[in-house]
Design a protein around this ligand. Structure first.
Ligand SMILES: [Zn+2]
Length: 480
């Protein structure tokens, strides 16, 4: 027996921070990176006697998420207290949703190893984040930062439909793309605004009953998800093969050692003593609310990818790069509409020059100085033979920096190709006269000499000759 004789079964619980400006139950800012405890008040510090007030934007973002993931939105959902003691949770409980979550029964399609796969989503519920313990802050003490306390989260729980660690990564990436497209999450794994727990079990192939599952906590990178799950699968298979039993527990992934280690034996729901939150009435969704949000849903990444390959005939590789960023995809469509030429040609400019310069100048699409029309005009100059591809790159770089018209830049830099056939012919004559030996070879059948002669003419014209004109003039003179 080996790992290959076992079927892994994986479900993910993703915690995503909603991009609201203020916290879920108070007016404190959700901004990342403030000095410790700068964004706190009596409510999120858990002082006695305060009352939570629900931030409406949080509900809007959660419903948007739910509908984009094909969930049913429950007209009434219930707030619950999840009780546990931890220093970063001053109230002694977290306000969450348990019995009746806001969204249920959704799905997300991903690319599986053998084609598209629908991963079912069991539920999406709202909750508040806890604070953060800062250990070894100096003087051997542990300190608590409550800036995160009360930051709104959605927890998106999948069914155990994933079968490999690669699928789990694919699902996590697809989910992040959707949330970022919706504008409800910044997709930032490093800052913890998108993180996941993985439930992993293994069963012998052909078995019908799932094995004992183990929860892997707080994984904050795509690479670690894959590593943690793979390690965990191997560990569980080894236990079963040596006749042991997998214990129900929560484990942490140690990124440095590349292994998971036991954190605590897993709590059951009853350990949290969930009960309805007495300070908040049930969340009621008004009639027509879901429909209104649905109408405002943007085209989602997967649909856009399919449209980009079908409508523009782009290879999936190019389409994926363009669609990865909603703003980039929008900009591409605007330039393409103004250009009207081969979309693949434009895609090359996007994946090459545009992305390179955006990165080099650390700027964003929102700060571009040129318009889609100017970008299109540049490509038309290349198509008309007035600019070589290389010269166009220089013009583009200048247009990127200054926002000036491509034609003006080309003229000023002397980059426009010489269209004057008289000038081309004069240069051709001079080159032929200076290279009688090569001309003889060509006429004797050594056709590859033509490349050399073209090069000589281009050199004589300081790279500004139109290559098509030069080629034609040379062949005419050589009697071809
Ligand atoms: Zn507050």
């Amino acid at each position: 027996m080996s790992v290959a004789d076992f079927q892994p079964v994986i479900g993910l619980e993703v915690h995503a921070q909603l991009l609201t400006r203020s916290k879920i139950f108070c007016g404190c800012s959700t901004e990342f990176g403030a000095p410790p405890n700068a964004h706190t008040c009596a409510v999120c510090l858990g002082m006695p006697g305060v009352l939570p007030v629900l931030n409406e934007k949080v509900v809007e973002f959660a419903v948007r998420t739910g509908r984009a993931l094909e969930c049913r939105i429950n007209p009434v959902s219930i707030w619950s207290r999840k009780n546990y003691f931890y220093p970063d949770l001053p109230k002694g409980y977290q306000i969450s949703q348990y019995d009746q979550p806001l969204c249920e029964h959704g799905a997300l399609e991903i690319d599986g190893e053998d084609g598209p796969r629908r991963i079912r989503i069991r539920r999406i519920h709202l909750e508040e984040d806890a604070g953060k313990n800062v250990h070894d802050a100096g003087g051997g003490e542990s300190l608590v930062d409550l800036n995160r306390s009360g930051v709104p989260l959605v927890e998106i729980v999948s069914e155990p439909d994933l079968r490999t660690s690669a699928e789990a990564v694919e699902y996590m990436k697809a989910l992040r793309d959707v949330l970022v497209y919706l504008g409800v999450n910044d997709g930032n794994l490093e800052e913890g605004s998108f993180r996941c727990d993985a439930n992993v079990s293994v069963m012998r192939k052909g078995a019908t009953q799932y094995g004992q599952r183990v929860e892997l906590k707080n994984i904050n990178s795509f690479r670690f998800v894959q590593k943690a799950i793979d390690y965990e699968i191997g560990r569980q298979v080894e236990i079963i093969e040596s006749g042991g039993k997998v214990a129900q527990e929560t484990r942490l992934f140690d990124a440095v050692r590349g292994e998971t280690r036991s954190m605590r034996s897993k709590e059951e729901a009853h350990d949290y003593r969930y009960f309805p939150e007495p300070d908040l009435p049930p969340l009621r969704i008004p009639a027509g609310y879901v429909e209104r949000i649905e109408k405002e849903l943007p085209e989602l990444p997967r649909a856009k990818l399919q449209r980009f390959t079908a409508r523009y005939g782009l290879p999936p590789y190019d389409a994926k790069i363009l669609v990865a960023d909603r703003a980039l995809a929008d900009f591409f469509e605007k330039v393409q509409a103004a250009y009207g030429g081969p979309a693949k040609k434009l895609a090359n400019w996007f994946t090459g020059e545009l992305l390179r310069l955006l990165k080099e100048e650390s700027t964003s699409l929102g700060a571009l100085k040129f318009s889609p029309g100017q970008f299109a005009a540049l490509l038309k100059l290349v198509d008309a033979g007035e600019l070589s591809n290389n010269a166009a790159k220089d013009v583009f770089a200048e247009m990127f920096r200054s926002g000036r018209e491509p034609k003006d830049i080309a003229l000023e830099k002397g980059l426009a190709q010489v269209q004057d056939s008289g000038a081309v012919e004069a240069a051709v004559d001079a080159v032929l006269a200076a290279n009688p030996g090569e001309v003889e070879k060509y006429r004797a059948g050594k056709k590859q000499v033509l490349g050399f002669l073209v090069g000589q003419v281009m050199k004589a014209m300081k790279g500004k000759g139109n290559p098509a004109l030069v080629n034609a003039a040379l062949k005419a003179r050589l009697g071809d």
